[in-house]
Design a protein around this ligand. Structure first.
Ligand SMILES: Nc1ncnc2c1ncn2[C@@H]1O[C@H](COP(=O)(O)OP(=O)(O)OP(=O)(O)O)[C@@H](O)[C@H]1O
Length: 631
């Protein structure tokens, strides 16, 4: 049974190095303008917000009360400061108001730029991930890890966005705040600054420890989340089976287990946060208390405490107190930032894990575009075994040395017991999988040497699983030939014996099907799929049990129109109902991946072998000795 812990993502994700750096490299550099504007605006906004406490401190010492100290501001040339006390007062007021205006304006700029950057990156990540997804080999989808895929496109993209939008800007704010405050405080009074900032190394150490310990726990939580999604997705898509087999309890239990694992992994992250968050707040608070204690004592007694020397002005102390408070708020945010960074790291690993899964079935560099395909199909000694996503053989041989040839106007039917390899044989022509040995040719070209689009354009394929997209009937028939005219859609539907039932629907061809529309029967769905293939007017038609769900009469009608259609076409069919293949030019009887008999219907019946037994069983014409001989 597949489980999120063993998925293809995990294998490739493990090898992703420095995922966040890669995110910037692959997505950030081309959008560097927004990022730079955002970062610079953030820098200016934060720097401006540090000004008011400094101005206040200076004003207290030089303008208010008995203040006699000269009016000076760090980094401000004396020449721009007015000479009179009144001028200095208005200057201070203007600086304070101005700094708020600058902070407001630049916060707006940085908000716009950061949002633009983050959402643009996310848009690219989402679309790239989906583009990669549809390129992946079928083997990937055979694993049914769709829940995990959805998690990448939803959760992971969201986590990265929070990181790019929030965490990135908040960490810059933190660096500017702590760095800017440190510079100002050291300029004002380096001794008291040492007291205020003594907690910083401890804060750095605590954060470093937290990030190291929490990282694997985040990864486990993300895996558990994906596993939970997969579980839900599987349960819902198989709901009919769940109900008809009374398995609601079983499914509930499986979802409960997946949810418990999500709960436990989340708690294991939170348990660490319980220590980290209060630890940070405590350290930041201690730094505030130490500043108040040492600075307050210094002012109160008028002498520098302990080894400290010199004087402390009241205004400087006020600036220190304000600044220390400014410094507590961003520090308390560190835990959020760490949270977002860890989430984003795990998400980026998964996004790049997906992007690193190799695609084996794609156009070779020198692939040929098949022009004017005729439809000559040849299988030469084709053997095949299914492989897993990692390219390792995952099944016993499914096909062994199968050879046949066919061309325009001919029909080859493949029959045999269930699991004999019939569908697999047809899928190799579309290069959904590649043979382990031997060659499949179309018009003399190895299908592996053709471009996938020209190959698949030349082959109309109706599979056992008929899929209809949410949309109108006409849109569904048109799928793959999006520019087909209404008239062409009707003609195709008529050929597939679908026209009559479609026109009976409330809105005819414009009736919506799927999630929000009319539900169709299995036979109706098959006929729409068939119309879709017919509309594409390909030289090769591959029909895998394409009429198995329609009644015999409709099947005959379809057969007649297909016969007309297949006059110039090459047709490969898989059918369980042998009555539909009696007219085939050649019938291949597959048994356990080998062609055990081949020939036209009459020859095969006369040969009295495997095919004759199947035929007799289906038509009920078996005479006793034959059927006994078969047993
Ligand atoms: N995606 C897959 N991965 C691994 N094994 C597979 C896969 N699809 C099919 N098989 C195996 O390959 C064998 C042939 O399957 P295939 O679907 O070709 O048989 P079939 O003759 O078309 O059967 P049916 O008549 O039931 O449709 C089976 O044993 C099946 O279990």
């Amino acid at each position: 049974m597949s489980h999120a812990d063993e998925s293809a993502f995990d294998r490739y994700r493990r090898d992703v190095t420095r995922p966040l750096a890669r995110l910037f490299r692959e997505y950030g550099t081309s959008r560097a303008r927004w990022l730079t504007v955002g970062l610079l605006a953030n820098l200016v906004a934060q720097a401006a917000s540090l000004l008011p406490p400094v101005v206040l401190g200076t004003a207290i010492d030089s303008l208010f009360g008995s203040g006699t100290t000269a009016y000076t501001l760090p980094f401000v040339p004396q020449s721009v400061i007015p000479p009179t006390a009144e001028g200095q007062f208005w200057f201070s007021a203007a600086l304070i108001a101005g700094s708020f205006v600058v902070t407001g304006a630049f916060t707006w700029v940085y908000g716009v730029a950061a949002n633009q950057f983050a959402h643009d990156v996310m848009h690219a990540v989402r679309t790239d991930s989906f583009a990669k997804l549809v390129r992946l080999d079928m083997t990937f989808f055979d694993d049914k890890q769709t829940g995990e895929v959805m998690a990448i496109l939803n959760n992971d993209a969201g986590n990265l966005e929070t990181f790019l939008d929030n965490a990135l800007m908040n960490s810059l704010r933190l660096v500017v705040m702590v760095g800017g405050i440190a510079v100002v405080l050291f300029t004002l009074n380096w001794q008291l600054a040492l007291v205020t900032l003594v907690a910083v190394p401890a804060i750095v150490l605590l954060t470093w420890w937290f990030m190291r310990v929490v990282a694997p726990r985040y990864r486990a939580r993300q895996s558990a989340n994906a596993g939970f999604n997969t579980r839900i997705e599987n349960g819902i898509s198989g709901i009919e089976l769940v109900k008809t087999t009374n398995s609601e309890g079983y499914e509930r239990e499986r979802v409960r287990n997946a949810s418990r694992s999500l709960f436990e992994t989340t708690m294991s992250v939170l348990k660490l946060s319980y220590f980290y968050r209060p630890g940070m707040e405590l350290l930041a608070g201690l730094s505030f208390a130490a500043t108040f204690l040492v600075g307050g004592y210094w002012l109160f007694t008028g002498t520098a405490p302990g080894p400290l020397t010199g004087e402390l002005a009241v205004g400087t102390f006020v600036t220190f107190i304000f600044m220390t408070q400014r410094f507590v708020a961003p520090l308390a945010e560190v835990s959020n930032i760490v949270d977002q960074v860890q989430n984003a790291r795990a998400s980026a690993e998964r996004v790049f894990g997906l992007s690193d899964i190799p695609v084996n079935i794609e156009d070779h560099d020198d692939a040929t575009v098949l022009e004017d395909p005729r439809g000559v199909v040849a299988y030469e000694n084709v053997s095949f075994a299914y492989r897993d996503v990692f390219g390792e053989v995952a099944s016993d041989p499914v096909l062994e040395s199968v050879s046949f040839e066919t061309g325009p106007g001919e029909t080859v039917a493949v029959v045999g017991e269930t699991g004999a390899g019939k569908s697999t044989l047809l899928k190799l022509l579309l290069r959904l999988y590649e043979p382990t040995s031997g060659t499949v040719r179309l018009d003399g070209h190895d299908v592996e040497d053709l471009t996938l689009s020209s190959l698949r354009d030349a082959v109309g394929y109706v599979s056992q699983d008929t899929h209809l997209f949410d949309g109108t009937i006409a849109e569904n028939v048109r799928y793959g030939r999006f520019d087909a005219s209404d008239e062409a859609v009707r003609r195709a539907a008529k050929a597939a014996e679908a026209h009559a039932f479609i026109t009976d629907l409330p809105n005819g061809y414009e009736t919506r099907v799927g999630e929000r529309g009319v539900k169709l029967s299995g036979g109706q769905r098959q006929r729409i799929s068939l119309a879709r293939a017919v509309l594409r007017d390909p030289p090769v038609l591959v029909l895998d049990e394409a009429t198995s769900a329609v009644d015999t009469e409709t099947e005959r009608a379809i057969q007649r129109s297909l016969d007309r259609l297949s006059e110039k076409r090459t047709t490969l069919v898989v059918a369980h109902r042998l009555s539909t293949v009696v007219d085939a030019d050649e019938i291949l009887v597959l048994d356990d991946g080998r062609v055990v008999e081949r020939g036209a219907h009459d020859e095969l019946v006369a040969r009295d072998g495997e095919y004759a037994a199947l035929w007799n069983a289906q038509t009920g014409t078996a005479d006793e000795p034959l059927s006994e001989g078969r047993r």
